[in-house]
Write a protein that binds this ligand. Structure first.
Ligand SMILES: NC(=O)c1ccc[n+]([C@@H]2O[C@H](COP(=O)([O-])OP(=O)(O)OC[C@H]3O[C@@H](n4cnc5c(N)ncnc54)[C@H](OP(=O)(O)O)[C@@H]3O)[C@@H](O)[C@H]2O)c1
Length: 437
């Protein structure tokens, strides 16, 4: 495995670029240990050098023209986080790939418009083009499609691919307010851009669907051919009627194929209550994938923001690092390596587990039984949140259910061991742990 550091040239230092620099600085030891190779930033570039950033700009070599990162000689990987389908982002990515230099990008507009042409350049020179962050932010959906599901014939990809729209539709449902009022509120909270057209008219979701469909079906899907509707005409009445009928309204990007062509569309959709996509609320993204023979999968997570998007960009950097090793491609470690200063490998004993518990007892219904049970819990300092006893029967054991507040596993086991030995308790107590998810 190479010991040479992987040298990055990062173009674009805004929300995502700033997040990537911070993540690489904060997780330097963890990344070096997991990769067997250091990740270092040698060059950075943006529009304005003097702008306030969440890291020390002077720590890295500044490049005025980001397109120069395609050819400067102390950069192994170009990280394009400028944005926009054309301009310097396109020139940089095309230039780097043509020069055989790997590129990591989060730029969905660029890929939706020029993905097929850029892929052709990359295939010609053998340079890698990685774009996990371009679709659904922190959700590793590109990796899932490209690697985890490679053996499948996909039939449907359906996703909530724009957090702004999902936030607006969720708030309209929760508050009964009209679209324009909720949009203004979203802008005030930073969940919608000052110019929200790209999001609310469905363009951003269509960019991402173009990438997913091209990747999943292996055919160059033309962004211009997609049917695209946004959410601007949805009213509070639509949301209320849909609810009455048993549905929620979601902006979905859907790409389907029966093996004979591809249908790809973005539009508001009635989705039945209690299905996974209907339950995705707020700024979250989700993707449901159906394929043969795997069946149906569902991925949900944060679709934007500095941290989640940086997580996806750095994952791509690791992928590039493994595949550009000077001594030949290596691969991910069999098990993740943990930097010693972050996590020790020791497994905590179950007896240290702390949580809440549901306990069902079968008891003979006679005076003093409940007092005996609660006395044991009190002596072990386990406090009870509620007790339910519904049935009364002098002739047969009846169930009693107790919910506890937080308690240590070892203490609970000691308490229910004692309770199980009480004469009036007719069967071993049933204990179910409660988890907050
Ligand atoms: N924000 C998210 O949550 C998110 C999520 C997934 C994907 N993405 C994608 O990630 C990319 C970056 O998004 P962002 O939100 O980080 O954007 P942003 O905050 O607006 O940052 C853009 C950066 O690019 C620089 N830049 C813009 N035009 C330039 C030019 N002509 N020459 C040199 N530098 C230029 C800016 O420089 P200055 O700082 O000097 O102005 C800024 O540092 C986009 O493709 C976006 O679609 C974003």
């Amino acid at each position: 495995m190479a010991t040479d550091p992987l040298r990055l040239g990062i173009a674009g230092l805004g929300t995502v670029g700033g997040g990537v620099v911070r993540l690489i600085e904060d997780h330097r030891a963890l990344l070096a240990e997991r990769l067997g190779r250091e990740v270092v930033i040698t060059r950075i570039s943006a529009r304005d050098r003097s702008r306030e950033r969440p890291f020390d700009v002077a720590a890295y070599g500044w490049v005025d023209d980001p397109v120069d990162l395609a050819t400067v000689d102390d950069v192994d990987v170009v990280v394009e986080l400028i944005g926009g389908s054309d301009g310097p982002a396109l020139a940089l990515v095309r230039g780097a790939l043509a020069a055989g230099r790997p590129v990591v990008t989060a730029n969905k507009a660029l890929l939706a418009h020029h993905g097929a042409a850029l892929a052709a350049v990359a295939e010609k020179t053998g340079a890698m083009l990685a774009y996990e962050a371009a679709v659904a932010g922190g959700i590793p959906v590109v990796k899932a499609l490209r690697e985890g599901l490679i053996a499948n014939r996909l039939t449907r990809i359906a996703g909530i691919l724009n957090g702004t729209c999902n936030y607006i539709l969720s708030r309209m449902e929760a508050t009964g307010a009209e679209f324009a009022d909720v949009l203004a509120e979203a802008q005030a909270h930073g969940y919608a851009e000052a110019d929200p057209a790209f999001d609310i008219e469905g363009t951003d979701a269509a960019h991402k669907l173009t990438i997913l469909a091209t990747l999943g079906y292996g055919a160059a899907v033309d962004f211009g051919q997609l049917h695209v509707e946004g959410i601007t005409s949805i009213t509070a009445d639509d949301i209320a009627f849909a609810r009455e009928l048993g549905y929620r309204i979601k902006l979905l990007g859907i790409a389907e194929s029966d093996g004979n062509g591809i249908a790809a569309r973005v539009h508001p959709t009635l989705v039945a209550h209690h299905t996974p996509l209907a339950e995705v609320d707020g700024v979250y993204n989700a993707v449901q994938i159906e394929g043969e023979p795997v069946g149906r999968l569902f991925l949900e997570g944060p679709g934007a923001g500095a941290g989640p998007t940086a997580s996806a960009v750095v994952a791509d950097l690791c992928y590039v690092a493994w595949n550009t090793d000077a001594e030949g491609p290596s691969s991910a470690p069999v098990y993740m390596k943990h930097a010693a200063n972050l996590v020790t490998g020791d497994l905590r004993p179950m007896s240290d587990h702390v949580g809440r518990f549901y306990i069902r007892l079968n008891v003979i219904d006679r005076p003093g039984v409940m007092a005996a049970v609660t006395e044991v819990f009190a002596r072990h300092a386990v406090s009870l949140e509620s007790i339910i006893q519904r049935k009364r029967d002098a002739d047969a054991p009846v169930p009693i259910v107790l919910m506890t507040h937080e308690a240590r596993e070892a203490v609970m086991q000691a308490a229910i061991g004692e309770i199980g030995r009480l004469e009036a308790v007719t069967a071993p107590p049933c204990l179910i742990r409660l988890e907050t998810m």
